[in-house]
Design a protein around this ligand. Structure first.
Ligand code: LLP
Length: 383
């Protein structure tokens, strides 16, 4: 990723910034398509992971659909080249304005997250004399066994419609004239690397697929969401997510009827690896028991470690020292959670060294903030 030519260029840029390796992004997209296409699976890219325009244009050009969670994401997806009939719109709190706009743009489908939302979409579609295509997001009560803050498929989470409310949905669906049920939708959580979780999901999807058929709905689409995880510990050895194993599980365990489409909503697995946050060492502060490495990037540029105690590999791209030292790598923000890593073993470092915080292409740039009135974060691209 950091060849001498790339490094020479990065050293000239003002830090901090996001670095995107577009070649790796393209390889990742290719690997995903190669793994999904033999089964006829359709992947929608979850824009929430990264809505950087260069990234979006690259993904749209490769024929992916778009999974959006706000009206603004829907509009941006279309502007960046995603096709309106390949856009899905999810989220527990879609506003009336967002629903109206998405109806007018004729997107493929709304992933509906509550019984009340279903009635509202019907009313708003009636006003536009349209039929809204919807998928019911069902809470499958499958444990994603991931970090508690990014698990979504349990009954205690706010997402999706619980199974005991499905009869109410069916009642509305039978009566509503401005709604067409195209499918069912699930998402168990994010950063899932245990394929058994997806197997459990498949078995639940099969149950609901049959449940709807018994009630007269021959569903066109099974949308199984996203969540495939990446290897944060070994960004170079495992730079591309295991798409083969992932799609194979769905092929093996999902009982799709003839003509039924299977849709996925992958975010992290497509973009995490190609991005890194680049920062410089401002100061090395020697404590009694600790050494602090203070960077010019902090939680305002990459929130994941502060918010989820997430691990990102940290590398010193400048130091050639053979002397290993443990540092607490921290940012400049006035919060003690503004820490990228504790006791990180690195070559002896000094002011001005270039530091890479790896695997930051997903939920990095998009979660940046201006807290402490920090400068907006910029991006640098390499092929
Ligand atoms: N579909 C739905 C309904 C989702 O809620 C999500 C992610 C995705 C798809 C995409 O999931 P992915 O393939 O990226 O795992 N900010 C957190 C992750 C939040 C994920 C929210 N939902 C993080 O930095 O780890």
């Amino acid at each position: 990723m950091f060849t001498p030519e790339v490094l020479a260029d990065l050293n000239k840029q003002e830090t901090p910034f996001y670095f995107y390796h577009l070649g790796l992004l393209e390889q990742t997209l290719y690997a995903c398509s190669e793994a999904a296409n033999p089964y006829g699976f359709k992947v929608h890219y979850a824009l929430k992971a990264n809505f950087n325009e260069t990234i979006l244009r690259t993904i749209a050009a490769k024929g992916f659909g778009a999974d959006c969670v706000s009206g603004n994401e829907v509009k941006l997806a279309l502007k960046m080249g995603f096709k309106n009939n390949e856009v899905v719109f999810a989220g527990v709190g879609k506003s009336d304005k967002e629903i109206k706009e998405a109806l007018a743009l004729d997107i493929f489908c709304f992933n509906v997250e509550s019984v009340e939302e279903l009635s509202i979409i019907n009313e708003l579609a009636a006003k536009q004399q349209k039929k809204a295509r919807v998928a019911i997001r069902i809470n499958p009560n499958v444990d994603a066994k991931t970090h508690q803050h990014i698990t979504t498929g349990l009954e205690e989470n706010k997402f999706g419609i619980n199974t005991w409310e499905l009869n109410d949905c069916v009642k509305i669906l039978h009566e509503a004239k401005h709604i067409e049920l195209v499918g069912i939708h699930f998402h168990v959580g994010s950063q899932v690397r245990d394929m058994d979780v997806f197997k459990s999901l498949c078995l639940r999807v099969n149950e609901f697929n049959n449940w709807f058929l018994d009630r007269g709905f021959d569903l066109k689409v099974l949308n199984v969401g996203g969540g495939l995880g990446v290897d944060y510990c070994h960004p170079d050895e495992n730079s591309i997510a295991d798409f083969d194993s992932y799609f194979k599980v769905f092929d093996q365990f999902l009982e799709r009827r003839k003509g039924q489409e299977v849709h996925f909503e992958l975010g992290r697995a497509l973009v995490a690896g190609c991005g890194a946050l680049l920062a410089k060492v401002l100061y090395i502060k020697k404590g009694i028991k600790k050494n602090f490495m203070i960077l010019d990037a902090g939680m305002t540029e990459l929130l994941r470690p502060a918010l989820y105690q997430a691990y990102h590999k940290i590398e010193n791209l400048s130091s050639t020292s053979k002397n290993g030292i443990k540092y607490d790598v921290v940012g400049p923000v006035c919060e003690s959670t503004d820490t990228f890593g504790k006791e990180v073993l690195m070559p002896e470092s000094e002011r001005g060294d270039l530091i890479a915080i790896r695997t930051a292409g997903a939920y990095g740039e998009v979660m940046a903030s201006r807290y402490n009135l920090r400068e907006p974060i910029t991006a640098v691209y390499h092929q």
